[in-house]
Design a binder for this molecule. Structure first.
Ligand code: URA
Length: 188
């Protein structure tokens, strides 16, 4: 069953202004995943391939996951807003609000051990906080019986290389992977 069929109740009530078939990207990954990653919204590459995190940010994320020994295919990967915002602008608060019930339904279905929120938008929404990602990344929070760890968005590590090792460290912590002490070549 396709994603839209699975959550048809949500899509039936979603106001038309928040949906666009040509810009829609569903979640990917097993519904019995132990870890869910929540991004912000899809970009052009994601729309083209119909999958979240397949552009530059996704490649960066895949590299880190590979380095710490985590299979991307074991993870359920989704976005706060499942429509690509025009001109790659940030998602607006009314868009986030309109799509939030779907994310809740996805989390009910997958019922993961931990949810990793990537970047400010997903973290602020899921933790209901105004605190920025820089002050809360890598900490484990409990919200409505769910464990949530905010981490830097992989796209942020492309602009600010100092965030790469921090994202890696937080992901290691979340996945219980110890650092071998070996420095990754790309961080040198
Ligand atoms: N950034 C996101 O937040 N989500 C994606 O799917 C791709 C890039």
């Amino acid at each position: 069953m396709c994603f839209k069929q699975k959550y048809s109740g949500f899509f039936e009530q979603l106001d038309d202004e928040y949906f666009n078939e040509e810009r829609f990207v569903p979640a990917v990954g097993p519904e019995d995943a132990k870890v869910v990653l929540v991004g912000e919204a899809p970009g052009a590459n994601e729309v083209e391939e119909g999958e979240p995190f397949v552009g530059r940010a996704g490649e960066r994320m895949n590299e880190i996951l590979h380095d710490i020994g985590v299979e991307r295919s074991d993870l359920y990967i989704t976005n706060l807003v499942k429509i690509r915002p025009p001109e790659n602008r940030d998602p607006k608060s009314d868009e986030i609000k309109a799509w939030a019930p779907l994310l809740e339904k996805e989390l009910e279905k997958v019922d993961p051990d931990v949810v990793l929120t990537l970047g400010n938008f997903a973290s602020k929404q899921m933790l209901d906080t105004s605190k920025g990602i820089t002050s809360i990344h890598g900490k484990m929070f409990q919200r409505n019986g769910r464990k949530i760890m905010p981490v830097f968005h992989p796209a942020a590590t492309l602009y600010d290389r100092s965030k790469g090792p921090k994202l890696e460290e937080d992901l290691r912590k979340a996945f219980g992977k110890k650092n071998s002490g070996q420095q990754s070549l790309k961080d040198i």
